[in-house]
Design a protein around this ligand. Structure first.
Ligand SMILES: Cc1cc2nc3c(=O)[nH]c(=O)nc-3n(C[C@H](O)[C@H](O)[C@H](O)COP(=O)(O)OP(=O)(O)OC[C@H]3O[C@@H](n4cnc5c(N)ncnc54)[C@H](O)[C@@H]3O)c2cc1C
Length: 466
């Protein structure tokens, strides 16, 4: 399913055609820009494209895709470039199609509780816009300040609030997309219910830019919760995590977030002075967030705190003032940066196991890391069983051991009834491991679907299936 590199004459001719219809300001071939668009936020090896194209409208995308299919030029869609699996790295060269200039919020319709947006809208900006109208778009990847709705849709992004509110797919009602051959399709609906035809909207969500380019999305909104409270619970050991997570959902109230730092992550946070309210006896930390009606929230916080203490928490602190809440979030938010600073090399995996296996997963990470001569630290969305497992090492000659550790981790996760990725996708980095989770028959069916949307394999080649 990969295209062979095209002779530069085909590429030059394609770029001339694209420039003629879109205008020269929408095509860049200079070295600095090509390098800038050749990587994402993963460990994938950067690969500069031959050109970066910046469409301003869906019609521009149609034009680019028609030319690219006719001349067999690879096209890699790109949002904010915050991906963790190399999804927007143009491994086959050709064109990077950056959707960043399609950044209009076309409508926020209060009565219908929907937003209609272009793919380049930055997620955090959408949060601000809808919240100003008293509405709420729950998906909240921690990269919200720079990732874009198109990238979130392509990866079916989650985030801390997924525990209560679900992931991006749960909020995408309809899409406008452009296929590899340049057909402009309207998928789905703008109503909350609707079952007409196959659910191609859901198929496109999470397809990692391999089936079509998203050019517009109709998103479901819900009322903005009136008040929010955050709790930190310091736990004696990782075995308490399952008990504490269940306890946090006491009295029928489901927290919107249940985030975790395991023992190693907590140690690294301490080394970086990131635990202002620490309890030195703790070997794990949970961050829990509740939201809802302001009058009821104070009672729920008290009940949740008591339940956490009964479940074995050594110390519980809470805050409802926005500044104080932000202070409680600091340790969790700064974790990625602290881990990166801790070792010269870091491989972060985004695996999921059933809640009852979280402690087993954390134990397995330590056993695997020790066997491979590495260090491991886990943090992430404990409520969903979705942990970001980080293998850390300093010497360049340890890379092969790290790869061995990743394979062992994936094998352990599958044996526990889990899955390779909770929210980051497969991209390039996990493609070699797809067969650990999915049968050959299932992969073959997906390849056939891919061929239907993209017969010449020009759209984001090399991703998911390798
Ligand atoms: C600090 C940090 C924290 C993060 N936290 C989270 C988190 O909490 N939850 C989470 O889910 N992820 C998280 N991520 C990962 C990342 O932010 C998400 O995967 C995000 O959805 C990627 O969006 P993007 O706009 O940056 O897309 P990119 O990285 O540019 O692209 C990602 C994929 O989407 C495709 N794509 C982009 N735009 C389109 C389009 N318009 N049409 C079709 N395909 C397209 C690309 O081809 C690529 O395959 C985090 C990343 C960082 C760096």
């Amino acid at each position: 399913l990969t295209v062979s590199p095209q002779p530069s004459s085909a590429l030059d001719a394609a770029l001339i055609e694209i420039e003629r219809s879109l205008g020269p300001s929408q095509v860049a071939t200079d070295d600095e820009i090509r390098q800038r668009y050749g990587h994402d936020e993963s460990e994938a090896v950067p690969h500069a494209p031959d050109a970066v194209v910046f469409p301003a409208t869906a019609r521009d995308v149609v034009e680019v895709m028609r030319v690219a299919t006719r001349r067999l030029i690879p096209v890699t869609p790109r949002g904010g470039g915050t991906g963790r699996v190399g999804g927007s790295v143009p491994v086959a060269g050709g064109i990077v199609l950056s959707l960043e200039r399609m950044q209009r919020t076309k409508a926020i319709e209060r009565n219908d509780s929907i937003a209609v947006v272009e793919p380049g809208v930055v997620t955090g900006e959408l949060h601000r816009q809808v919240e100003a109208e008293g509405l709420f778009y729950p998906p909240d990847p921690n990269s919200a300040a720079t990732c874009q709705i198109g990238g979130n849709i392509a990866e079916n992004a989650g985030g801390p609030r997924a525990f209560r509110y679900g992931v991006t797919r749960d909020y995408v009602l309809g899409l406008q997309v452009v296929t590899a051959e340049g057909s402009l399709l309207k998928l789905g609906k703008r109503t909350f219910k609707g079952v007409t035809g196959y659910d191609l909207t859901s198929l496109i969500v999470g397809s990692e830019g391999t089936l079509a380019v998203v050019t517009e999305a109709t998103l479901k909104l819900i009322p903005k919760p009136e008040a929010v409270a955050t709790l930190l619970a310091f736990l004696p050991d990782v075995r308490s995590i399952e008990r504490a997570t269940i306890a946090a959902s006491t009295g029928g109230v489901v927290p919107r977030c249940v985030e975790l730092l395991d023992r190693e992550a907590l140690t690294i946070a301490r080394e970086n002075a990131l635990t202002p309210l620490d309890d030195g006896r703790a070997h794990a930390m949970l961050l829990i967030e509740l939201d809802g009606d302001a009058a009821a929230l104070a009672r729920q916080v008290e009940r949740c705190g008591n339940a956490l203490t009964q479940a074995g928490a050594l110390k519980v602190v809470s805050a409802s003032d926005p500044v104080e809440r932000e202070r409680l979030w600091e340790t969790r938010r700064e974790m990625s940066r602290a881990l990166r600073a801790r070792a010269r090399h870091k491989l972060a995996e985004d695996v999921v196991v059933p809640l009852s296996r979280i402690a087993d997963l954390i134990d397995a990470c330590q056993t695997i890391a020790q066997a491979c001569g590495l260090r491991a630290a886990a943090h992430g969305h404990a409520g969903d069983g979705n942990l970001h497992v980080n293998f850390l090492w300093d010497r360049d000659d340890q890379t092969a051991q790290a790869q061995r550790a990743v394979r062992k981790l994936f094998e352990a996760v599958i044996a526990m009834g889990g899955t390779l990725s909770g929210e980051h996708g497969i991209g390039i980095l996990k493609a070699p491991y797809l067969g650990l989770e999915q049968s050959d028959e299932l992969i073959a069916v997906q390849r056939r679907i891919k061929r239907l949307f993209d017969p010449y394999a020009i759209l984001n080649p090399g991703k998911i299936f390798g």
